[in-house]
Design a protein around this ligand. Structure first.
Ligand SMILES: *[C@@H]1O[C@H](CO)[C@@H](O)[C@H](O)[C@H]1NC(C)=O
Ligand SMILES: *[C@@H]1O[C@H](CO)[C@@H](O)[C@H](O)[C@H]1NC(C)=O
Ligand SMILES: *[C@@H]1O[C@H](CO)[C@@H](O)[C@H](O)[C@H]1NC(C)=O
Ligand SMILES: *[C@@H]1O[C@H](CO)[C@@H](O)[C@H](O)[C@H]1NC(C)=O
Ligand SMILES: *[C@@H]1O[C@H](CO)[C@@H](O)[C@H](O)[C@H]1NC(C)=O
Ligand SMILES: *[C@@H]1O[C@H](CO)[C@@H](O)[C@H](O)[C@H]1NC(C)=O
Length: 477
């Protein structure tokens, strides 16, 4: 069945005010499955007219765009000599079961990307098809998904304090976070995001969107908002944006930990900050780490996360090894030494884009806010006791130097958000417990978010909720 057909089905479904709409598939391959699901929901819910009721007192549409690893990815796999075929659409990222699956090494393979040096483009690993999962309908986000779990406190807060409902006026928009902005551009991923936001706005009675963009999602959205060809779309669809923990100047040395030792959980600083590097440095790479390394190896997204000379200084040392040290300026060599030619070829482009994004400054008519945590130790130099191996996982660093930040992004980088938003719109939350991840879960982070939402017309659902929000922020360390 062609993509056109699923669009038609979706339009019929929308006109009837059905609850069960789906996004237009990113892939023609998945169109059949999706169309079938769309039809099913069509027959189940076509007698409902709940969306008319929803239009009585509609709130601004809330959109949540997550960062690296945030969106659930589903897909199929043809199979090869080492790994079993996966013919039915299956959740690949993120599902715990992979950890105890005998196919764990294959997990990394499914998520990894192929790089073509001639065309400078990335594609799914051979035999694999992966795409971002929309759930039962656009912005629904599958019930059991880790994306829902990760933002559980945020979603609960938005529901109980501001009266939001997922799929009605609150939407979690997925995208393929593996490929970086360049990869999204190459494969229609930018269009995938704007189309989903447009559909979300349509579902919520045409109420313009407030886009909450977390972490790398902020780089993605800031790029989209500045695109000249999308200005009309932006004006018609989006009224404001909130960049949360945005790495506009990279993440100091944090992501080198993920790239070199496959330790993805550094992106959840609240867990990993509890253990000193002298302890974690003793852990050999685990089977999981090795598989995650395979997946994270050569992800084009990393280029956006590596600190630029203008942010940390060109001579700042990010990685120390017994044979060679790597300064900010020498990070391309580090990519080459680890065997990531794709990442190295893209680094200058990612840096130039990040730099240009800040130079262009605020987008006219788009109310822009920044929200982030500070006061959390953030890795700025990693000290390893062995040389960088080529295409193989390294032991974790045995010593780490830290600077102030949110545990993932350093404060200098976080504060670059001020190039895109007026001073009055910047909210810094200083607490050891408010880090890159918990900024959207801790009462202090949620209070600041609520204050921004109130300014944007998404007020508290009652004075009582307002009092509770402030009381919780005051009472929690
Ligand atoms: C649609 O809404 C109207 C008014 O709110 C209500 O009277 C009617 O029963 C609803 N129809 C269905 C099929 O739910
Ligand atoms: C794939 O899905 C079909 C239809 O839902 C089902 O009959 C079949 O058992 C599934 N295959 C596997 C390997 O799960
Ligand atoms: C890279 O892309 C070019 C052009 O599409 C193609 O001819 C070539 O075979 C590709 N290289 C690899 C290694 O896939
Ligand atoms: C992966 O496969 C899906 C399904 O065919 C496709 O839509 C997507 O663009 C591919 N992504 C990459 C990076 O090749
Ligand atoms: C590095 O440290 C690990 C863990 O302490 C140790 O097992 C390994 O032998 C060390 N490697 C070198 C080259 O010293
Ligand atoms: C790397 O940096 C460390 C610590 O700053 C220093 O002690 C060491 O001599 C340097 N090594 C090389 C090879 O430059």
């Amino acid at each position: 069945m062609a993509r056109g057909t699923s669009i038609v089905i979706m339009c019929v479904v929308l006109i009837c005010g059905v609850v069960g709409t789906r996004a237009v598939a990113d892939t023609t391959a998945a169109a059949d499955v999706r169309a079938a699901r769309g039809l099913r929901s069509f027959s189940l819910f076509s007698s409902s007219n709940s969306s008319k009721k929803a239009c009585v007192k509609p709130k601004p549409t809330l959109i949540l765009i997550s960062g690296l690893g945030g969106s659930q990815m589903v897909g199929t796999f043809e199979g090869n000599a080492e790994c079993k075929a996966m013919l039915n659409t299956t959740v690949v990222w993120y599902a715990d079961r992979w950890y105890w699956d005998k196919q764990l090494p294959c997990w990394g393979y499914l998520l990894s990307l192929n790089y073509n040096a001639t065309t400078k483009s990335w594609s799914n690993s051979t035999g694999t098809k992966l795409w971002p999962d929309d759930g039962k309908f656009l912005g629904d986000v599958p019930d059991g998904s880790k994306q829902r779990l990760f933002y559980w406190f945020l979603n609960k807060h938005l529901a109980s304090t501001h009266g939001y409902t997922i799929g009605k006026d609150l939407f979690l928009i997925p995208y393929d976070w593996r490929t970086g902005i360049q990869g999204l551009e190459q494969r229609g991923g930018i269009e995938g995001i704007t189309r989903r936001i447009s559909e979300a706005v349509k579902r919520n009675c045409g109420q313009k969107a407030i886009v909450i963009a977390h972490s790398y999602g902020a780089n993605v959205m800031a790029t989209i908002f500045q695109k000249p060809e999308l200005q009309k779309w932006r004006q018609d669809t989006v009224k404001a944006t909130i960049y949360v923990g945005a790495p506009f100047g990279g993440c100091a040395a944090t992501t080198w930990l993920n790239q070199l030792s496959g330790d993805f959980f550094k992106l959840l600083p609240v867990l990993t900050n509890l253990m000193p590097a002298s302890l974690t440095g003793k852990f050999h790479p685990t089977v999981v780490g090795t598989s995650v390394y395979r997946m994270a190896f050569g992800l084009p997204t990393w280029g956006w996360m590596l600190p630029r000379p203008s942010v940390l200084g060109k001579d700042h040392v990010v990685v120390v090894t017994p044979t060679k040290n790597y300064t900010v300026e020498q990070q391309k060599q580090l990519l080459l030494d680890m065997g990531d030619e794709g990442g190295a070829s893209l680094l200058d482009d990612s840096w130039a884009r990040s730099e240009a994004l800040l130079k262009r400054g605020p987008v006219a008519g788009l109310e822009t806010f920044c929200l982030y945590g500070t006061g959390v130790p953030t890795s700025t130099t990693l000290v390893f006791n062995e040389s960088i191996p080529k295409r193989a996982v390294i032991n974790r660093p045995f010593s780490v130097k830290n600077v102030d930040g949110d545990g993932v992004v350093d404060l200098t980088s976080l504060r670059l958000c001020s190039k895109l938003a007026p001073k009055a719109n910047i909210a810094e939350v200083s607490s050891t417990y408010v880090d890159h991840a918990t900024i959207l879960a801790h009462p202090m982070g949620l209070e600041r978010l609520s204050e921004i939402l109130v300014k944007l017309g998404a007020g508290y659902s009652s004075t009582w909720n307002k009092l509770l929000t402030h009381a919780a922020a005051w009472a929690t360390p």
